[in-house]
Design a protein around this ligand. Structure first.
Ligand code: PMP
Length: 433
């Protein structure tokens, strides 16, 4: 497989951008080799600058629920662009997208922003403003974007690159961040016993997906919701990754909706932007109305609610019907079976975990992973060997063992089976690593 064009672009990129990328995990640091510079995408497939084609199991890290360049999304976006790309005024598409989000989830009001990072950053500011308290509880291995206060023991690229803390984040900024082990209700109780009247909020991924997929143990999120309510703290579920992906509304639909609890605030991103920079945070009206211009908590954005981005998100969500989620669940199940059968056949110890339609594989472990320590016990060398064998076979997996695998409604294991069938062939490489 020729990589000449990607290599040339990477060399040029490194001259003008740190590490040659605009987001660290894309640089293939953890897995080595040349990152593929993608030139186009269509449905389940990506084509790189050398003309190589890959079945895409990253989906832009989650947004591409319908696959790349879905004709109806492209048409709607093209029409929106022709009407003008940004007005700096309110416009109809953002109202329609907000209505769609409010219709699907338990939030009553949403404020749109441009990235998941902004969504969690703003949600925490609002929680602090609402409660008049400073402390924030987060869980190790959960990633909420590169918000200063939340870059403590974070997952995603922070763990992939083995970065212990982040220079540039002053100690006093994380001094109010309490980091607890995931899925450990006793640790939560102990923290609230000590700091209960100082905690503004608990933020958690609705189902952790940034240390590999680690779903909450049954009752864990309900416990967080209850403890927060008892102590006057807000419960924030970060659904940037899981929202409109794990299920139609998000992971809450599988968890809170059935167990009978609601988060105070939620954050969204990825799918709701349809591949454009759009994200949001939302919650109960009495909390959200503390935001400017109604209330005193300031938050703003030049491109927030951008008409092109919100059109892409709205069109994506409207096309994401219950049938789409059924199909996604079926496809996800098929691919999960392909992987587990092949791994079992090759005698590679592994644990496959899922949260709704999302899943990931932990290599070299044999018991369920419930927290960050368990996730870090995996054999990343085996994943690296597997990753490269699959890349050579035409399957684009996340270039890190700590990430979820994302499918789209455009994936069809029948049609894409030629590269996917190489899963079995790629496994001996992993077994040898
Ligand atoms: N929260 C979660 C759960 C995420 O997975 C991510 C991104 N992977 C973020 C927040 C940050 O989103 P963004 O990269 O758009 O800033």
């Amino acid at each position: 497989m020729s990589t000449t064009a990607s290599e040339a672009l990477f060399a040029r990129a490194k001259q003008v951008s740190p590490g040659g990328v605009n987001s660290p995990v894309r640089a293939f640091r953890a897995v080595g080799g040349t990152p593929r510079f993608m030139a186009s995408g269509s449905g389940a497939w990506l084509t790189d600058a050398d003309g190589n084609r890959f079945v895409d199991l990253v989906g832009s890290w989650g947004p591409m629920l319908l696959g790349h360049a879905h004709p109806e999304v492209v048409e709607a976006v093209t029409a929106a662009v022709a009407r003008g790309t940004s007005f700096g005024t309110p416009a109809e598409p953002e109202v329609l997208l907000a209505e769609e989000i409010v219709g699907r989830t338990p939030v009553e009001r949403v404020r749109m922003v441009s990235s998941g990072t902004e969504a969690t950053m703003s949600a925490i500011r609002l929680a602090r403003g609402f409660t008049g308290r400073d402390r924030v509880v987060k869980f190790s291995g959960c990633y909420h974007g590169h918000v200063d206060a939340l870059l403590a023991e974070a997952g995603s690229g922070v763990v992939t690159l083995g970065i212990p803390g982040t220079p540039g984040v002053p100690a006093h900024v994380t001094a109010d961040t309490i980091v607890l082990p995931y899925n450990d209700p006793a640790a939560v109780d102990a923290a609230f016993e000590q700091y209960g009247d100082q905690i503004a909020c608990v933020i958690t991924e609705a189902a952790a997906g940034n240390m590999g997929v680690v779903p909450p143990q049954p009752g864990f999120n309900a416990h967080l919701s209850r403890v927060c309510a008892e102590h006057g703290a807000l419960f924030i579920t970060d659904e940037v990754m899981t929202g409109f992906r794990a299920a139609r509304s998000g992971f809450w639909e599988i968890d809170g909706a059935t167990e009978g609890w609601q988060p105070d605030l939620m954050t969204f991103g990825k799918v709701m932007g349809g591949g454009f920079p759009a994200a949001a945070f939302g919650g109960r009206a009495e909390i959200m109305d503390l935001l400017a211009p109604v209330g005193p908590v300031y938050q703003a954005g030049t491109l927030s609610g951008n008409p092109v981005a919100t059109t892409a998100g709205l069109t994506t969500l409207r096309l994401a019907t219950p049938e789409v989620y059924e199909r996604l669940a079926a496809t996800s199940g098929q691919v999960q079976k392909l992987v587990t059968d092949a791994l079992a056949e090759a005698g590679v110890p592994h644990v496959l975990q899922s949260a709704g339609t999302m899943f990931s594989v932990f290599w070299g472990v044999s018991t369920p992973v419930i927290d960050f320590a368990g996730a870090q016990a995996q054999d990343t060398a085996a994943y690296t060997a597997f990753f490269h064998a699959m890349l050579d076979a035409g399957v684009y997996l996340p270039p890190s063992a700590y990430e979820a695998w994302f499918l789209s409604a455009a994936h069809d294991p029948e049609v894409d089976s030629e590269p996917l069938s190489r899963l079995a062939e790629a496994l001996p490489a992993a077994a040898r690593a």
